[in-house]
Design a protein around this ligand. Structure first.
Ligand code: AMP
Ligand code: ZN
Length: 450
């Protein structure tokens, strides 16, 4: 039977059907648009997050825009925990800064001394904390009285200075010594400058903080006072060496050049992958010096300033270990002709050698009181980078940065001594036989079995 609908009813149904279809289409479009948008948003967030982490691992701790985002939380929480765990170079936390790792304890099974000395140190540090005093720590003046010792107690000096070892040591060797006066430079501006430089070192890094800069200043101070070297250097050279050492790792982010390049960091882009960190340390330091209140040169000292600037640039760029072999080759190729007293090029080469030696001098120091503590600190910083590599790349790419391979600490030191430290100090000693390499030789022996 055919039901004959009235025409207007048919029309109504048709409109209704069309509307339903249309509405369904619109709804499904809205739905799929919404889903698509959500998907794109999620993708965008991931992309931004990835960029934030990849482009600037250096800055990502400072950035708060992703805080609280679930995607960020899952990636970053663990990293932040590790970072907040990182101690600062202040007296309260130095006991964690200087603790000797279980990993390091394993390095040398012969070395009960490490464990013992560290336990002693731990004990004394917790005593310091408990009594809220600096028991066992001498005054700043007393440490400065023994500053001529090669195995100078740098870690204790950091505590004595309330975490400002760089300013105190620089004041001593540049102002108290009369160096700035002899060069007619402003002591007040110099103090502002060095205080600001010290502030620019990251307190939350284990190794590349102002304690390391102080150590390099101390070493270069010691080496430049050895009799034969002393004769070569004038006051301008000494100033360039001390300030070069003081600024040489300024604003170090705690990652290697290679890591910054591979993660496409903004610093690597700025310096075209060439000596990225070294260029940054220089440019951030000279930006501080450029400020009126910090500039210790006066307007009529243009020549002095220009020479100082070019020396400091050469010195800091020379600390890039990628240039290690060519610099060493350059020195060796001079052979018996090397004469820094009369040939300016040779003097510059010697100064770069002094800078390089000082930067990597920790294996040339007493193992129990100094070197073992530096190893612990550098390994912690390496592992911090390794943790980040694990998150970015899914594996730890850089050698000796994998905390699961802590049994490689000895191998790392062996390679470091054999390829970097020993050849450098051997070259230095070929010019300055007064350098005492007894600790270097015993440390070399210690790690030779690895
Ligand atoms: P710098 O970054 O200017 O301090 O250059 C020195 C580099 O030498 C560091 O970044 C480390 O890679 C390396 N280094 C210094 N001390 C040690 C050490 N004890 N063991 C392994 N590598 C070291
Ligand atoms: Zn350094």
């Amino acid at each position: 039977m055919i039901i004959d609908y009235p025409a207007d009813r048919q029309l109504n149904e048709l409109v209704l059907n069309l509307f339903t279809c249309f509405a369904g289409l619109i709804f499904s479009n809205i739905l799929s648009y919404g889903l698509e948008r959500q998907r794109r948003d999620l993708f965008q967030t991931k992309l931004e997050l990835n960029n934030a982490l990849m482009n600037s691992p250096y800055n990502f701790r400072k950035s708060s825009q992703y805080n609280g985002h679930p995607a960020f939380d899952s990636v970053a929480t663990e990293v932040s925990i590790e970072m907040s765990d990182i101690s600062t170079v202040s007296p309260d936390s130095s006991e964690t800064t200087m603790e000797i790792d279980i990993e390091l304890e394993k390095v040398d099974s012969k070395s009960n001394i490490i464990r013992k000395s560290d336990n002693d140190f731990e004990k004394s540090m917790s005593n310091i904390r408990r009594s809220s005093s600096k028991k066992g720590i001498m005054s700043i003046k007393e440490y400065l009285n023994i500053v001529d010792e090669y195995n100078w107690p740098i870690f204790e000096f950091t505590i004595a200075t309330n975490g400002k070892p760089l300013t105190q040591l620089m004041e001593h060797i540049c102002i108290t010594s009369g160096l700035l006066k002899r060069l007619n430079l402003s002591e007040m501006h110099f103090l502002n400058f060095i205080e600001n430089i010290e502030k620019g070192y990251h307190k939350d890094l284990r190794f590349h903080n102002s304690q390391h800069a102080t150590d390099v200043v101390h070493c270069i101070y010691y080496l430049s006072r050895l009799p034969k070297i002393r004769k070569v250097l004038n006051d301008e050279d000494l100033l360039a060496l001390y300030i070069g050492a003081a600024i040489h790792d300024h604003d170090h982010p705690g990652f290697s050049n290679k890591f910054l390049q591979e993660t496409n960091d903004s610093l690597a882009k700025r310096y075209n992958d060439r000596s990225v960190l070294e260029n940054h340390h220089l440019s951030s330091s000279f930006a501080i010096l450029d400020k009126k209140e910090n500039n210790f040169f006066s307007s009529n000292q243009t020549q002095l300033y220009n020479d100082f600037r070019s020396s400091v640039i050469e010195l800091v760029l020379a600390t890039d270990l990628a240039l290690h072999v060519p610099i060493l080759q350059q020195f060796k190729s001079r052979g018996a002709q090397f004469n820094p007293l009369t040939i300016n090029e040779d003097k510059n080469l010697l100064m770069r050698l002094l800078m390089k030696c000082s930067d990597v001098s920790n294996p040339t120091k007493n193992f129990e009181t100094i070197y073992s503590k530096w190893i612990n600190l550098i390994m912690k910083e390496f592992y911090r980078q390794g943790d980040l590599e694990q998150k970015y790349f899914g594996s730890v790419k850089s050698p000796f940065c994998d905390r699961k391979k802590s049994d490689e600490v000895g191998k790392c030191q062996k390679g470091f001594i054999e390829f970097i430290v020993f050849p450098l100090f051997e070259s230095l000693k070929s010019f300055e036989s007064n350098f005492n390499d007894k600790w270097l030789l015993s440390n070399r022996e210690r790690f030779s079995v690895e």
